[in-house]
Design a protein around this ligand. Structure first.
Ligand code: ADP
Ligand code: MG
Length: 545
């Protein structure tokens, strides 16, 4: 279709709003345009988190010379024409707003050529106005360059985070589009550094290997319910491979990257009973639906979609994942069952008038809870949560006093970082070394872990460090960032649920817990103990009313 200006009645039906609020949203719009143009190779280059420069080059259809200027008009699009088209949107874009919005907020260049033109068309724009236009050679496709984004919009500039944080958003964005389009070759260069490169082989597993590393890619299970409607395809982790954040859940509807609580719920429900509380799977799930069963026109950035039949989408996704999970061996239930037990109402989680009394250890329950007797009845202490509290306060004290105990590793551990994790490392590397982490670049996105805080040595270091990087990503407040690092170190150093403890070990843990400032809660705010008072006991046995 040629590029046309949409009629007023179509414009009035489009979810309006600002599409360009940060560098990553500019990159998103440009990459979506390249994908809509059928590109099989897309290169993205940014400088200074995209504020100084964003350049997106594709080998797509190009824009015919006669239409290039028109593309910069508001509501100029080649993707829809009438109100009816809004009900069956097959392209990523359709609002005709991205190019004019970006041109209004930056200096812009475009060079584009279609198959049947001898030379490409070049335009230079300042403040949305064309200041130069000529012909230049280039292969088929389009290159859009954005300079000095928001230079004249100080209000926007002020709210941007650091270049590294913006770079992290861009890296995450391109990772998601690469996962959505395995047949497209993506190249992402941040400040001259090749941050992500996919092969365009068409295999999702290949993209997962590039984004999350080979080890994860090899373990992922394939969902393949593509015959039915809605179709569900993608890769999900076995229950043994999980994360503490939902950042590893990627959802696509007809290859459009969406944020959908419905899809997240359907996915996580499929793992019901298979994961510990607070753990989440890694999942890349694409739902294929007939265009008319889907409304994309609900939000300006198009990340929200509305399903005509939510129940059928929910159950298709949940069942497809459940089906692949039942084929995998069951997880170690020993460590899990106790965490899933509900808290009976007669147990009080936060005993009133409590600093911590002297407790006498009676024994261990389900290799998870320490049973103890105190002057006011029975205490059940969660060994992992209690130890987490002890270690959290310990590492915070050590940090405040600049005497973190560091343990060098005899055998360095190799970490494969995602582009987003690498951005955190680049940004917060110094802070991590203050906490005792020694990380060295090894090549590509591989890093050698050479030292860790001493308390962490017994744990799974790969999981510990990658989760730590995930947990601080996007956290800009220094105090909260420090707290998250300390929480992460404590969590990955603390004794696990499911481990049998000796009486001495239990006594030592209770003693350490007694000395903490906040013995009643773990660093995440969950209770470390629950209490059954002597009075409640007597009541339950009918000895008193
Ligand atoms: P929309 O994508 O909503 O149509 P845009 O403002 O993003 O609006 O782009 C306007 C038009 O310019 C598109 O409809 C398309 O025809 C053309 N266009 C933009 N970028 C490209 C590209 N990389 N390759 C080919 N055509 C493009
Ligand atoms: Mg667009």
């Amino acid at each position: 279709m040629p590029i046309r200006i949409l009629a007023c009645e179509v414009v009035s039906k489009i979810a309006a709003g600002e599409v360009v609020d940060r560098p990553a949203s500019v990159v998103k719009e440009l990459v979506e345009n390249s994908l809509d143009a059928g590109a099989t190779q897309i290169s993205i280059e940014t400088q200074d988190g995209g504020v100084r420069l964003i350049r997106v080059t594709d080998n797509g259809s190009g824009i015919p010379a006669a239409e290039v200027e028109r593309a910069f008009h508001r509501y100029a699009t080649s993707k829809i024409e009438t109100v009816n088209d809004l009900e069956k949107i097959a392209t990523l874009g359709f609002r005709g707003e991205a190019l004019p919005s970006i041109a209004a907020a930056a200096d812009m260049e475009i060079l584009t050529r279609t198959d049947d033109e001898a030379a490409g068309t070049y335009l230079l724009l300042h403040n949305g106005k064309i200041t130069k236009s000529d012909k230049r050679s280039r292969p088929r496709g389009t290159t859009v360059t954005v300079h000095h984004l928001f230079r004249d919009v100080p209000a926007r500039l002020k709210f941007l985070k650091s270049a590294n944080t913006e770079g992290g958003h861009i890296a995450n964005l391109i990772s998601q589009y690469a996962l959505a389009f395995p047949a497209v070759r993506f190249n992402l260069v941040l400040d001259g550094r090749l941050t992500l490169q996919t092969s365009g082989s068409g295999s999702l597993r290949d993209v997962v290997a590039e984004v999350y590393g080979l080890e994860i890619a090899q373990q992922m299970l394939e969902i393949g319910e593509t015959e039915q409607i809605p179709g569900v395809s993608g890769l999900v982790s076995p229950p043994s491979l999980n994360r503490s954040s939902r950042a590893y859940l990627s959802f696509f509807v007809n290859s459009r990257w969406v944020s959908s609580s419905l899809l997240a719920r359907a996915t996580e429900d499929a793992y019901h009973g298979l994961l510990m509380t607070g753990k989440h799977p890694i999942a890349i799930v694409n739902v294929s639906l007939p265009l008319q069963d889907l409304d994309i026109n609900v939000h300006p950035t198009k990340r929200d979609v509305k399903f005509r039949n939510t129940q059928s989408v929910y159950s298709a996704v949940q069942k497809a994942i459940e089906k692949v999970l039942v084929k995998t061996p069951p997880p170690e239930l020993k460590a899990m069952a106790p965490e899933q037990a509900a808290t009976p109402s007669l147990w009080s989680v936060k005993p009133e008038g409590f600093t911590l009394p002297i407790l006498r250890v009676l024994g261990q329950l389900a290799s998870n809870y320490i049973l103890a007797e105190g002057p006011e009845g029975l205490y059940l202490i969660d060994q992992h949560a209690a130890h987490e509290r002890v270690l959290f306060e310990k590492i915070q004290t050590q940090r405040a006093e600049h005497r973190i105990e560091v343990q060098g590793l005899l055998e360095p551990v190799t970490l494969e970082l995602t582009p987003a994790q690498e951005e955190v490392l680049k940004n917060k590397g110094e802070l991590l070394s203050e906490f005792g982490f020694g990380l060295e670049h090894f090549g590509g996105r591989s890093y050698l872990l050479k030292a860790v805080p001493a308390m962490m040595t017994g744990g799974n270091l790969i999981e510990g460090v990658t989760e730590l990087l995930d947990s601080v990503a996007g956290e800009t407040e220094p105090a909260k960032r420090d707290e998250k690092i300390a929480q992460s170190v404590a969590c990955h150093s603390a004794v696990r649920a499911g481990l049998t403890l000796s009486s001495e070990e239990m006594r030592a843990l209770i003693k350490q817990l007694e000395q903490t400032k906040q013995p009643r809660t773990c660093p995440h705010g969950r209770p470390t103990m629950i209490h059954l008072s002597s009075h409640q006991l007597a009541k339950e046995f009918g000895r008193t009313t």
